[in-house]
Design a protein around this ligand. Structure first.
Ligand code: HEM
Length: 427
């Protein structure tokens, strides 16, 4: 690490500590998204925030933190809020720091992720991707998902134990999306490693994390390039072919846009679905009455996935930026301000979900925000629901004595994506 990068990092840390002290004095509560307590159990903090300071000024993030359901919903639905990080007041500083560290901005050369773009570019990309990533293409994966689950669980049943994350929850979504894209089986392990590296730039990433993410991104591009050429010449029945051919209003995806979409599909659904399967299994094992109910009435498992997404969702937060002076929850915001939306907190808000901190698999009409809402609503929601529903049906249906081994659970270090690093179960 160069001297300049080290000075940058030391300056950032001391600045963050100072700003947290200011925030504490100003509001009595500090939103420190890197604190270990927030990773292992953010919900008591969310409860305090909703009750005492639902429109919280976070000095360190230089933005507003919204924790109540109605406020989060209002921003997600409001087209005047932007998802484009170039509208963040600190974006120019970030870009300058990246350049000093020899890194590029995620928006360079048409490589901005759809997740972080606004209309009209977002509309065009989303329409093109939706042509390839269809409900039919997803439903067609059902027998493959069942076969993968059977293969994995048969191996573990013989041992009477499983480490759920590495043996089932992580490989399943990776294999499914890789197969949908048309990536050969022998490359799946390498893809898993690269997709883990690419997401290291999410949230408050260090230069080192960003560098690793950029390296992995370049490796993924180099891998995808010949596939794109090959599928353009002789299309097959897979997503790479469908995306390469997708056309909307006479327009196709540019090459860099196509690479960006392929990377997004690969990474957006992996750690998230892994965490859904792991968080859901853990929640049920910690609430044996609910687990028992699903065991007795397996038809309830599919709808219960929505409650499990609400109760402990894989994506805890997202952000938006104001593009004009505006008002939200009776508060005035100036142009160019950031709002952090705590999806995980909105989903526990008792104003919308009575006894929100209680897991209740019979809860009806669970309008959670775990997949976001509005124009960026998760494109992979149906696939994630299918994979998690089938995984839970297989685990619950097959293992009547499923139990948690005594263990201290270590949680992901990523403040946006919540899930255990490992989960040891008796079968
Ligand atoms: C349980 C699993 C998943 C969760 C909790 C989840 C959550 C989310 C959330 C919250 C957003 C919106 C973020 C925002 O508004 O800022 C999103 C967007 C997105 N998700 Fe997912 N996701 C999951 C699985 C998947 C899968 C399996 C795929 C695809 C294979 C996928 C692809 C996408 C894409 C492409 C977007 C961007 C959509 C857009 O910008 O229009 N996700 N997801």
């Amino acid at each position: 690490m160069g001297l300049r990068t080290r000075i940058d990092q030391a300056t950032l840390i001391s600045r963050a500590l100072w700003l947290m002290a200011v925030e504490k004095v100003e509001t009595g509560i500090v939103f420190n998204w890197m604190s270990p307590e927030l990773r292992s159990d953010p919900y008591p903090f969310y409860e305090r925030l909703r009750r005492t300071d639902p429109f919280h000024r976070c000095r360190n993030a230089d933005g507003w933190v919204l924790s109540r359901y109605t406020d989060v919903l209002a921003v997600l639905r409001d087209p005047s809020f932007s998802a484009d990080e170039r509208n963040h007041p600190r974006h120019p500083q970030l870009v300058a720091r990246l350049r000093r560290a020899g890194l590029r901005d995620a928006y360079d050369a048409d490589r901005g992720s759809m997740l972080r773009l606004d209309p009209p570019t977002h509309t065009r990309l989303r329409a093109l991707v939706s042509k390839a990533f269809t409900p039919r293409a997803i439903e067609r994966m059902r027998p493959r998902i069942e076969a993968i689950l059977k293969e994995v669980l048969e191996g573990c049943a013989a041992r009477g134990a499983i480490e759920l994350v590495s043996e089932l929850a992580a490989p399943l979504p990776l294999r499914v999306i890789a197969e949908m894209l048309g990536i050969p089986g022998e490359d799946h392990a390498r893809f898993r490693a690269l997709s883990n590296e690419v997401v290291r730039n999410i949230g408050d990433a260090s230069s080192e994390d960003r560098r690793a993410s950029e390296r992995a991104g370049a490796e993924l591009d180099a891998y995808f390039e010949p596939f794109i050429d090959e599928r353009r010449r002789s299309p097959r029945d897979d997503l790479i072919s469908a995306l390469a051919a997708a056309e909307e209003g006479g327009e196709r995806l540019k090459r860099n846009e196509l690479l960006s979409v392929l990377t997004l599909l690969l990474v957006a659904g992996n750690e998230t679905t892994t965490n859904l399967i792991s968080n859901a299994t853990l929640a049920l094992l910690r609430n044996p009455g609910e687990l028992e109910l699903l065991r007795r009435e397996p038809a309830r498992i599919r709808p219960a996935v929505e409650e499990l997404l609400r109760y402990d969702g894989p994506v805890q937060m997202t952000s938006r930026f104001t593009t004009a002076d505006t008002e939200i929850a009776g508060r005035r915001l100036r142009r160019g301000e950031m709002v952090v939306l705590l999806l995980g907190s909105a989903n526990r808000d008792p104003a919308v979900f009575p006894e929100g901190d209680r897991l209740d698999v019979t809860r009806r009409d669970v309008r959670h925000l775990g997949f976001g809402l509005g124009i960026h609503f998760c494109l992979g929601a149906q696939l994630a629901r299918l994979e998690a529903g089938l995984a839970l049906e297989a685990l619950i249906g097959r293992f009547p004595r499923l139990a948690l081994r005594p263990q201290k659970i270590a949680w992901s270090a990523n403040p946006v994506l919540r899930g255990p690093k490992a989960l040891f179960l008796e079968l």
